[in-house]
Design a protein around this ligand. Structure first.
Ligand code: DAH
Length: 343
């Protein structure tokens, strides 16, 4: 018995002095002391030979010893993990690093930023409005009263708790928000997401993006509208692109026009993007309807304005030849990675 106690003291000294440089040495320590055939187990076996009256005392010593070995093992293990070792001189600095892959901007954001920066240079400020809109800002204020047939073109999603709330169908609603709070001269563009109740296909989606423009001041004319949009097209697509206006109808503008540009894909010869016409529509526009100005207390005898709204997906399609609208929201990195390096 005394002899065993003596041995335990010697082992303790040995263990205290033990140090490990590698995880393998730590494992050797574990096997030697704590393994199934290890020293701690062996000494525990000696319990049999201890007289009954000293069993308690011996049991205590053994337990302490076991704890002592376990603590040592734990501290050896922690100072020999890969991470702990990483701070020591064992790092091989010549190894190549782990590459950090940078993400890419989404093509719709690239194009939206380009549109915004062109209009900013003309003195337009950026305005934003809510995507969950009320009936008045989306339709009523824009001269689309209830039961107006033009509402049929823009079916959307309604909030069931309160059917006068809806997901905005166009960024024209931001025109209303701006005129509510600002007095002329007003010169804003409004980029944002819009929603329509459409079946998803290559050509239609239940959400897409627009950039709206609004300019209200004294003596604003249709010539200003045309010149502004010509400038935009040249900046966006280059000087060779042709532009044409076609008379159209929007309740919030009078007169109204849609603007086409010559097809960039086939250079006007005819392809399936331009439906073999050589022209692609990129926006709607017109002179702000006097009713719209009057809705916001802007004197329509004194002030005139022009407005336009363009689809970002369409412009991106022409710029980058993206032929399926669904690609924009499928998050396929093979698609997204093609825009690496474009800012
Ligand atoms: N809001 C129209 C749409 O979504 C686009 C539009 C047309 C906006 C003419 C305008 C405009 O500001 O003047 O189809």
């Amino acid at each position: 018995m005394e002899q065993i106690l003596q041995q335990i003291d010697t082992h303790k000294e040995e263990i205290t002095a033990f140090s490990a440089q590698t995880p393998e040495q730590v494992e050797e320590f574990r096997i030697k002391y704590l393994g199934t055939k290890g020293l701690v187990k062996a000494i525990m076996g000696e319990m049999r030979n201890v007289p009954n009256e000293r069993k308690k005392e011996f049991g205590q010593v053994l337990n302490d010893f076991k704890l002592f070995v376990e603590e040592k093992y734990e501290s050896l293990r922690q100072s020999n993990t890969r991470e702990a070792k990483g701070t020591s001189a064992q790092i091989d600095w010549s190894l190549p690093g782990d590459p950090i892959t940078a993400g890419t901007r989404h093509p719709l954001n690239i194009v939206r930023n380009q549109i915004v920066s062109i209009f900013k240079r003309l003195g337009f400020a950026v305005a934003e409005g809510p995507e969950i809109e009320d009936d008045w800002h989306n339709f009523g204020a824009m001269n689309l009263p209830e039961d107006h047939p033009a509402r049929d073109m823009q079916d959307t999603f309604y909030i069931s708790q309160n059917p006068s709330w809806l997901l905005r169908t166009h960024t024209s609603s931001v025109q209303a928000r701006v005129m509510e709070t600002q007095k002329p001269p007003i010169r804003v563009i409004c980029p944002g997401r819009v929603y329509r109740n459409e079946t998803i296909s290559a050509r239609a989606h239940c959400f897409f993006h627009q950039v709206e423009g609004l300019y209200v001041d004294e003596n604003v004319s249709f010539a200003d509208l045309k010149q502004t949009l010509y400038f935009f097209v040249q900046e966006m697509f280059g000087n060779d692109v042709k532009v044409r206006f076609r008379p159209s109808y929007f309740p919030f503008t009078e007169p109204s026009a849609e603007m086409d540009i010559s097809c960039l894909i086939c250079k006007g010869k005819g392809c399936n993007i331009c439906k073999h016409t050589g022209w692609v529509e990129i926006l709607g526009s017109g002179m702000v309807h006097p009713n719209v100005l009057d809705n916001f207390g802007i004197d329509s005898n004194k002030y005139t304005g022009f407005a336009f709204g363009m689809g970002v997906e369409r412009i991106t399609q022409l710029k980058y030849q993206v032929n399926d609208l669904r690609l924009y929201s499928q998050n396929d990195v093979r698609f997204l990675k093609q825009f690496t390096g474009v800012v």
